[in-house]
Design a protein around this ligand. Structure first.
Ligand code: HEC
Length: 177
């Protein structure tokens, strides 16, 4: 009878069955776990060599948008960078900011706070670091792109915004009804 009630209890509360030792069997293997050193004498992650820098040499971590605002754009806005930025802009930014960056994307139209026109004087006056930081941290409604775009890719998008979005003729004013 005891066994039966235990079986019923497990069936009724599957979460309890998870707590039994066998639920750990797959995890407890000889394989190396994330963040675990291969050398048992030195457990823990192998530290980076002293004075190492990220491969493209760009800053990858900043504290917040204010810190990002002060960053200098390390990627020259040459043809290649602008072209790469354009491809990324089309994928990640056009849904809200629209093809030309005027804030008229199809997804953006559904938001309570409308995406800004990136060719407007306000954004023109921003620093490169500000735009980079907006992608890194997101805004009030705008999501963060810090995980989707690498730091270098974000600079390419900044270059595209500067050279294409903000150089094109301004958006035609929306006709008032
Ligand atoms: C889901 C919709 C959405 C997507 C996608 C999106 N944005 Fe935004 N963006 C917004 C909204 C809404 C705002 C208005 C301010 C806010 O949300 O904080 C904004 C504001 C901005 C601003 C601030 C402009 C200023 O001068 O204050 C920048 C810069 C910007 N977006 C750049 C980008 C870039 C570059 C991308 C592509 C990597 C992008 N956004 C993708 C919705 C979006």
């Amino acid at each position: 009878m005891k066994k039966l009630s235990l079986a019923i209890a497990l069936l009724l509360a599957p979460a309890m069955a998870q707590a039994w030792p066998w639920s750990q069997d797959m995890a407890n293997q000889v394989s190396t776990k994330p963040q675990e050193g291969a050398d048992p004498a030195n457990p823990g992650m192998v530290p980076f060599p002293k004075r190492s820098v990220p491969v493209p040499g760009t800053t990858t971590i900043v504290k917040d948008a204010a810190a990002a605002d002060k960053l200098k754009n390390p990627i020259p806005a040459d043809e290649k960078s602008v072209a790469t930025g354009g491809k990324l802009f089309e994928i990640y930014c056009t849904p809200c900011h629209g093809k030309a960056g005027h804030g008229d994307g199809l997804v953006g139209a559904k938001l309570a706070l409308k995406p800004y026109d990136l060719s407007a004087d306000m954004t023109k006056a921003r620093s490169d670091g500000f735009i980079w930081g907006y992608m890194t941290f997101g805004g009030a409604v705008m999501p963060t792109y810090g995980n989707d775009l690498s730091p270098t890719e974000r600079w390419h998008v900044v270059n595209y915004v500067r050279k294409v979005v903000q150089q094109a003729p301004a958006a035609a004013p929306v006709a008032k009804k």
